[in-house]
Design a binder for this molecule. Structure first.
Ligand code: COA
Length: 174
């Protein structure tokens, strides 16, 4: 299910034709995940993996992100987000587990394009499988800063950030 983004860019489900071997984003665990684990996760439906590429070079992975279902305790959500949440002890969420852009492509807006696509996909999917929030687990302070710039609220003493699904439907407008 390709979803066109801008001009010659496309974001589509990971397939065997994507060349994962050359992907380097600067974070070894994210490179290794794509090379060794992502395909199996897709087959087992443990994660959905979406890949950004250019039409001219469709096999080259410029970036990727993963989505999966999870739940958190309602009490763990930040106060401001809680008013948008159902009063269940466990709240259904969509996790953007990983998001990465190839090192030589960073700083050109591709991370923002991937995040916008992830939020839109999470929002659209919530009509089929309910989900009240989008969650991200940032790897470090820099990554947390990236997500916070798009309106994610940080949980105290944690690198986890959340966004109510209603807000995710408004995309990455800042
Ligand atoms: C974080 C990452 C995905 C950003 O991708 P990118 O393509 O370089 O980002 P963009 O060019 O789309 O930048 C979008 C905006 O986010 C800001 N931004 C980018 N990286 C940031 C960071 N580490 N901290 C704060 N803001 C950041 C940019 O300044 C830009 O803001 P602007 O539009 O006001 O100029 C990329 O640097 C990356 O893959 N890093 C390694 C893996 C990683 O840390 N992933 C996230 C954790 S899972």
């Amino acid at each position: 299910m390709p979803s066109s983004t801008s001009a010659d860019l496309r974001i589509a489900v990971l397939i065997d034709a994507h060349d994962r071997s050359r992907f380097t984003c600067g974070v070894e665990s994210l490179d290794r995940y794509l090379k060794t684990q992502a395909g199996q996760d897709v087959r087992r439906k443990a994660n959905a993996v979406f890949v950004l590429s250019r039409d001219a070079e469709p096999d080259r992975v410029l970036g990727y992100y993963t989505l999966c279902a999870m739940a958190i305790s309602r009490g763990d959500a930040p106060e401001a987000a809680r008013k948008h949440l159902p009063r269940y002890p466990l709240v259904s969420c969509t996790l953007i587990g990983r998001l990465a852009v190839a090192r030589d492509q960073q700083g050109q807006g591709l991370g923002s394009i991937l995040l916008a696509d992830a939020l839109q996909r999470a929002f659209d999917s919530a009509d089929t499988v309910g989900s009240s929030m989008v969650i991200v687990d940032a790897l470090d302070e820099a990554a947390a800063g990236f997500y916070a710039a798009y309106g994610f609220a940080r949980l105290p003493d944690s690198l986890r950030l959340v966004m109510p699904m209603r807000q995710a439907g408004r995309g990455t407008e800042r």
